[in-house]
Design a protein around this ligand. Structure first.
Ligand code: SF4
Ligand code: SF4
Ligand code: SF4
Length: 594
């Protein structure tokens, strides 16, 4: 049903908007972008920063446009001396307590606070600092670093963590000048139920929450002639990194990204998509086995490390529902340090695996104790003792960190030529590309499960019902005579709804895909800032365009994956796969272990 419309006047223009629209939204609809620091589209309007004020005729006070509702006949002014000086005053009050360390700050040149100061013409604050002490940084998380001194208490991180992710790891604690973003008992993010999803770092307007950087370590390893430092890139990087290098939102830059990585000096440039195809082989066969042998259903995907930590904390009794498959990042690391090391004649102790991921939680995942299957594979042959134990993946960098590396060495990204991935771990299919979008793992798995089970070719391989940005999507797919009911959720608040059905034993599904971040990996917490719903849609379009460009679009048809099974793994779910490609999970509960 069409919503009721109302009319108001904004800067002399008559505007018609839906009843209930905020003044801020109404202004945007006529092309007036009101500045804000705390408002978060589609999530919350906190009204705390006081930057978005406007004048309303016959109202003595200025009104905060993000919380004020547009009313019929309202006359709004967005540009006056009174408004400009009020915005400046509020910004100066914020800056009075802000450490102006722009030169050493991760967000320098991409900071909303810095941009706003420039936009409003604020060069210094007339006010004295009122906060007496500097607060120590929170280094407890393996994925994120918090600097409370740069926090402007806008509440965006708290809202995204609670409303979008249903995690509630952080909240504003204390009063007045003592207020700060804090965790349970103020113990630090690394000792909380935080899933490391990084959505807070995407929405933070300042450098108060940023990824924990490993750029220096990676540069050092690349230039160490004793080491073979190889790199893998997740599907979502090719539709994100261009943005961070000044190109349009969603720019598809696969070949230039490969060229840039080669210019950085990596020994080989490989593709996580190779391992995404491998994941489908293992996960698809696991699903088939569970269906045929009466295993735990619904089976839930396990590629998203933020999701894994969420279920470990909040639904520890339901871990049997998770696929035992490691994520593509981890499968890649295990195969690189075993199969590839053997084939290339390299000492696995000298291989460094660097991942470029759209995700901050991948840093935590790479450091999990159980992610070191390659060491066990080699232990006897190398006569290595426990002190030499190495991880399958050494460093996981975000898209933003990769952009910093490119900028640091002066790579002119837009003028790079297109180059191809190295082989054998650089070959992939269209099914692997779509891992980057919500619904993609499901679609890729269906393309393979259908053909393996029915031994027939699919007439159409595009499963449109599981595409798009709906929070929960469902479909019933006929696999021969068998109807397979599936669901896809992105963002943890949506995953929670599906988990409640499982808890209540009312889940109608056989297979569920969950991605922790809105839009899936393309909206991951390590992607370029800004990331919002419009940008996520553009990145998704590029992902599906890339899929359609591939000659091979089903994981089980990837010739390099076939060769990997023939030469090394033997068959999906075999003994070697079990040791290298599958894992187990930890019952964490809400009180840890964290
Ligand atoms: S958060 Fe922004 S304004 Fe503050 S130090 Fe960093 S770049 Fe500068
Ligand atoms: S990383 Fe995710 S779960 Fe952790 S505090 Fe930020 S939004 Fe919440
Ligand atoms: S940490 Fe960032 S997002 Fe959270 S309240 Fe502070 S400034 Fe806002």
């Amino acid at each position: 049903m069409a919503k009721e419309k109302i009319e108001l006047t904004i800067d002399g223009q008559i505007v018609s908007v839906e009843k209930g629209t905020t003044i801020l939204e109404a202004c945007r609809q006529v092309g007036i972008k009101i500045p804000t620091l705390c408002h978060l589209d589609e999530v919350s309007s906190h009204g705390s920063c006081g930057i978005c004020v406007v004048e309303i005729k016959n109202s003595k006070r200025l009104v905060r446009s993000c919380t004020g509702i547009a009313l019929p006949g309202m006359e709004v002014t967005t540009n006056s001396e009174r408004i400009r000086s009020s915005r400046k005053l509020n910004l100066e009050l914020i800056l009075a307590n802000h450490p102006l360390e722009c030169l050493s700050c991760e967000r320098n040149l991409n900071c909303e606070l810095q941009n706003l100061a420039k936009q409003l013409g604020v060069k210094e604050s007339r006010f004295q600092r009122t906060k007496k002490k500097l607060i120590p940084l929170d280094w407890s998380s393996s994925s994120l670093v918090r600097d409370p001194n740069k926090c402007i208490l806008c509440n965006r991180c708290v809202e995204v963590c609670a409303q979008v992710q249903s995690v509630h790891a952080i909240d504003i604690a204390g009063r007045g000048l003592g207020s700060k973003v804090s965790t349970f008992l103020d113990k630090g993010l690394g000792y909380s139920v935080c899933t490391n999803c990084g959505q807070c770092s995407l929405v933070c307007p300042t450098g108060a929450i940023v990824e924990r950087s490993h750029i220096e370590e990676v540069f050092k390893d690349i230039s160490n002639p004793e080491l073979f430092t190889i790199v893998q890139t997740a599907p979502a990087i090719r539709v994100g990194i261009g943005e961070a290098m000044g190109m349009p939102y969603g720019a598809l830059v696969t070949g230039q990204m490969v060229a840039g990585l080669r210019r950085l000096g990596f020994y080989k440039v490989f593709d996580t998509q190779f391992a995404a195809d491998l994941t489908i082989m293992e996960e698809g066969h696991e699903l088939i086995k569970r269906i045929q042998e009466g295993g735990t259903l619904p089976m839930i995907t396990s590629c998203s490390p933020g999701w894994i930590k969420y279920i470990e904390h909040f639904y520890p009794e339901q871990l049997d529902h998770l696929s035992t498959c490691k994520s593509p990042q981890q499968m890649f690391g295990a195969i690189a340090k075993t199969f590839y090391a053997k084939q290339a004649g390299l000492d696995p102790r000298k291989i460094r695996v660097v991942s470029i991921m759209p995700c901050t939680a991948k840093k935590f995942e790479a450091g999990r104790n159980e992610m070191d299957g390659a060491f066990d594979f080699w232990k006897e042959e190398l006569k290595a003792d426990e002190s030499e134990r190495f991880a399958d993946v050494d460093y996981a960098l975000t898209t933003r960190e990769l952009a910093s590396m490119f900028k640091r060495v002066g790579i002119e990204f837009s003028s790079l030529p297109d180059e191809n991935f190295d082989n054998p771990l650089g070959s992939s299919t269209g099914a692997a590309v779509i891992f980057g979008a919500t619904g993609g793992v499901m679609e890729a798995a269906l393309r393979t499960a259908y053909e393996v089970l029915t031994k027939k070719s699919l007439s159409s391989i595009d499963f449109m019902d599981v595409r798009g940005m709906e929070g929960i999507k469902e479909a019933t797919v006929m696999i021969g005579e068998m109807p397979l009911k599936v669901a896809v959720a992105h963002s943890l608040s949506h995953a929670k709804k599906l988990m409640e059905q499982i808890n209540n034993k009312t889940s109608p599904y056989a297979f569920i895909e969950v991605m922790a971040c809105p839009g899936g990996c393309l909206g991951g917490g390590g992607q370029p800032i800004p990331t919002n719903s419009e940008i996520r849609k553009k990145r998704a379009e590029s992902i599906y365009l890339e899929d359609s460009n591939y000659a091979i679009r089903k994981s089980h048809e990837n010739p390099s994956i076939r060769a990997l099974y023939e030469e090394f793994l033997t068959h999906p779910l075999g003994e070697r796969s079990h040791h290298l490609l599958h894992t187990s999970y930890t019952k964490r509960g809400e009180y840890g272990p964290f």
